[in-house]
Design a protein around this ligand. Structure first.
Ligand SMILES: [Zn+2]
Length: 287
């Protein structure tokens, strides 16, 4: 960027080198206005489609760049998700959702949000650290992102989170005579519709008690959060892997294959061994 003549380039942090860089079409997006006109949304959707053509490595590099220089835009959320960085995707989503109070009711915003939540729901259950799964759900609930129906219908998540709801469950209107008993029940003991309305109420109210629980828990998550910045989700094999610097004689090949196939190192190596195995047996047969 400092060069006064000739083409300017931006050096991005990288754990592995890629020989052929893929252009990222994120530059030029106006993030200053909150109003999303239909034509703008269409254009952004086109950009999002083009992001799918990028390899894993350029997406990782842009995602890391966006961690250092955050942009509150749904395309930034998309980049983090495609790069497999769940925590930063959710943090950006929460900021984006908070700023879009004006346009929340628009169909276009709902559609974009729905797609992002679909991706988050793919990455979340596979995340290896329990605390981070809990923190991500808490962040979404605290920001009142409309995940209530998804959350309430998934008992894995309800059970994961029910300790946070203990003592916060309000008595349900239709059971006024059994109030004391009702409020002692745990979240998973209610039916799905009841769970949804309870979670909606709690998340809208964001009581002092819930905020306190959240801030205490967030402090406890400091270490898992540090480790999480090193984890990447590879969409085509659905595995998380720690960012590593590849070594060994096939280093360049493996980096290239990971980038192109969006698979973790173990799966890339396993694929190669499976491909080589039949060839080897053919050689044995002919010999
Ligand atoms: Zn894998």
């Amino acid at each position: 960027m400092k060069a006064s003549k000739g083409p300017k380039s931006l050096e991005l942090p990288d754990d592995n080198n890629v020989d052929t860089p893929t252009p990222i079409p994120l530059v030029g997006i106006d993030t200053s206005t909150l109003e999303a006109s239909p034509s703008r949304v269409e254009e952004e959707n086109r950009l999002a489609e083009r992001l799918k053509e990028c390899g894993q490595q350029p997406l990782n590099a842009v995602s890391r760049f966006l961690v250092r220089a955050p942009v509150v835009h749904w395309l930034a959320v998309r980049v983090h998700l495609m790069a497999g960085d769940l925590v930063h995707a959710v943090e950006t989503l929460v900021d984006w959702w908070g700023r879009h109070s004006v346009t929340k009711e628009r169909d276009s915003v709902g559609e974009v949000l729905g797609r992002m939540l679909d991706s988050i729901w793919t990455l979340l259950p596979l995340y290896p650290t329990r605390e981070i799964r809990q923190l991500v759900l808490l962040m979404l609930l605290m920001a009142n992102v409309p995940i209530h129906d998804r959350f309430a219908s998934d008992l894995r998540f309800v059970k994961l989170m029910e300790s946070f709801f203990d003592g916060l469950i309000p008595p349900l209107k239709s059971h006024t005579t059994r109030q004391t008993y009702q409020s002692r029940r745990r979240l998973s003991e209610y039916n799905q519709a009841e769970r949804e309305s309870i979670v909606k109420l709690i998340s809208q109210k964001r009581s002092e008690q819930l905020r306190q629980k959240y801030s205490t828990f967030r402090q406890r998550c400091e270490q898992p959060l540090k480790s999480s910045s090193q984890l990447r989700f590879y969409s085509n094999c659905r595995h998380y892997e720690r960012c590593i610097v590849e070594s060994g004689p096939n280093r360049v090949d493996i980096i290239e294959a990971k980038n192109r196939m969006r698979k973790c190192t173990r799966c890339v190596i396993r694929d190669r061994q499976q491909k080589q195995a039949p060839r080897r047996s053919l050689l044995h047969d002919s010999g």
